[in-house]
Write a protein that binds this ligand. Sequence first.
Ligand code: PGA
Length: 257
Amino acid sequence: MRKPMMAGNWKMNKTINEAVDLARAIREQVNDVDNVDRVVCPPFIDLPMVSSELMGSNIAVGAQNMHWEASGAFTGEISAPMLKNLATYVILGHSERRQFFCESDETVNKKALAALAAGLTPIICVGESLAQNEAGETQAFVSGQVKAALAGFTAEQMADIVIAYEPIWAIGTGKAATAQQANDICGGVVRQSVGELLGDEAAATIRILYGGSTNDKNIREIMEQPDIDGALIGGAALKVESYASMVQQTSEVYAAA
Ligand code: PGA
């Protein structure tokens, strides 16, 4: 059975002190929920303090981006080897980075390969816009993103890759996809595409998250879906109450399964 994951994407929120406080509160509340992987992804500048606050805990740390080169003349960038002792995960190709920072399928693929080579687990984001959704292009577009992101990977590596399906129209809007819609795309498009590319076993192994306006009210139904293995959580991950509740509810769903 795939282990569920609740990953908090803190985006450009939390000063160092605020980040440490939130990490400590999360540790206090959900350190012992061992049937759910818990991941917090603060801004780069917060990583050293947050990772030291969480040292020895069961809460993992992730970054929100990285460059594909290991070092060099790339002003303002951070590489995988720099993240190595601070993070175990790295979010790649979030729609905000694709939209505002010119990330493409090609750079996302380069970053994913570099992350895995450095021992980081990539959380690769895919998802269609509202216009694409309304034009009936979701399946073809998301499948294309998945296949492009995974170019050059082997089936065995899918145990160390996470994909987050995040429809852009659901991110930060309060309008989550229905649990059924999310499951249809996570299973019928994302997992299906991994299978077409790398075979059935790879498809059965890879963890697929849903993201977009998840919260403590809708997470239970989402986590009851067979093809959804967790959530990439934005706004609701910034408060310990909602994040901890989402971890607890996921734990209950999986304990009962
Ligand atoms: P949201 O963000 O939960 O605030 O919609 C999700 C994300 O962008 O990862």
